[in-house]
Unconditional design. Structure first.
Length: 379
């Protein structure tokens, strides 16, 4: 409970005075005169905050801090130190103490330290609850995906999704740790870095959820008779702003002589959006000095096919190992930054059209994805 404090000091007078002050401030206070009694009470009442003197007989405050952190790392521990105990105080911070207050204890300074501890407790709880809710949401979407698709390789798919969720959870834990360091050290850069890590992983969970919904959405195709340039033109309109945002030159070369035929234009638009997004990201992540960042979307006729789409970029490219895995379930070409669903869904849509998709790429020179759709006049 956040309002429960364990006060540990071998001086009875200090325990009595501080106990009265903390009780008047609304806290439930338990006290102990030595480390062994403190551990016994700690295990019984599980306080959120422990206030302990550093120098005590038998078990000192440093050892007590270590024992408490072993049993419950989330417990906030504030150390009381004498004027000559700064080395011990710094050591306690390295052992994850929340703060230290020098004796004689000033009520206002102690209040600030306790407030900081409560803020850490509150932030940790909020982030944990938010993370658990998001993980439950993703797991629910995964179950819906399995039900909708009746996938034969259920075990493999769930394993891939679990790995993706684990990566996101790991990123969130990393962000929480950096946030905690920022609060502990009162370091604004750490706070901002930690917050950006948390926001990035929350965005990734949202993207994963949307990708799962889209994956299930195209279980059945909605054919219509239209120009193959229609989804390509729409993709250009939708992606131009993103390309400009990252200083990527994005152009289209569409063959206007292409004949209309039957396919699902919305599903093919999703494929092209996935490929163009990946191409822009590949250019954005390539830090080669002086290299032009270009993405080109092309449509052209192909022997025996209704259309051939090409999405080419001058980005970072892929090695042979990556090329062999790009269409596997939940494998991302973006490392920890992607969901691994976009290319899987793109291949699924192309396969349902009885089309073909392939990729040419070389590390450091860029990639070209090629989609071919059959010429169908009736559906």
């Amino acid at each position: 409970m956040d309002n429960t404090i364990l006060l540990v000091d071998d001086e009875k007078g200090i325990r009595k005075v501080l106990g009265i002050t903390l009780t008047d401030s609304g806290f439930t206070v338990h006290s102990a005169g030595n480390g062994q009694d403190a551990l016994r009470i700690f295990r019984k009442v599980q306080p959120s905050i422990v206030l302990t003197d550093i120098k005590m007989p038998d078990m000192d405050g440093i050892e007590l801090l270590q024992r408490i952190k072993q049993e419950n790392p989330d417990t906030e521990v504030i150390m009381f130190t004498g004027q000559g105990d700064m080395e011990l105080a710094i050591r306690s911070l390295k052992l994850d103490a929340t703060d230290f207050v020098t004796k004689p204890i000033d009520d206002e300074i102690l209040g600030i330290a306790i407030k900081r501890a409560l803020e850490r407790i509150s932030m940790r709880r909020q982030i944990r609850e938010y993370t658990e809710n998001l993980e439950r949401l993703v797991e629910e979407k995964a179950r819906q995906l399995v039900d909708a698709e009746r996938m034969a390789a259920i075990g493999q798919t769930i394993a891939g999704l679990s790995h993706t969720i684990k990566n996101i959870a790991g990123g969130l834990r990393g962000g929480i740790f950096v946030l905690g360091q920022g609060i502990e050290l009162d370091n604004k850069k750490y706070l901002m870095d930690g917050w950006e890590m948390v926001k990035g992983n929350v965005d990734k969970i949202r993207t994963l959820s949307l990708d799962l919904l889209n994956y299930g959405k195209y279980a059945e195709l909605n054919y219509s008779f239209c120009s193959p340039n229609q989804p390509a033109e729409e993709a250009v309109k939708l992606m131009r702003a993103r390309a400009e945002e990252f200083d990527v030159e994005f152009s289209a070369d569409l063959d206007l002589t292409l004949k209309s035929f039957c396919f699902d234009p919305e599903a093919i638009l999703r494929c092209l959006l996935n490929l163009v997004t990946n191409a822009i990201d590949a250019c954005r992540q390539d830090i080669s000095a002086g290299k032009d960042k270009k993405v080109v979307l092309q449509s052209s006729p192909a022997d025996g096919w209704g259309v051939e789409y090409r999405v080419s970029d001058t980005g970072s490219g892929m090695d042979a190992e990556t090329l062999n895995r790009i269409f596997q379930s939940f494998f991302s070409t973006k490392g920890t930054h992607g969901t691994g669903i976009g290319l899987m869904m793109t291949k699924k849509i192309v396969d349902r059209h009885d089309g073909k998709i392939k990729v040419k790429s070389q590390k450091g020179t860029g990639s070209t994805f090629i989609i071919r759709l059959p010429y169908i006049t009736e559906f």
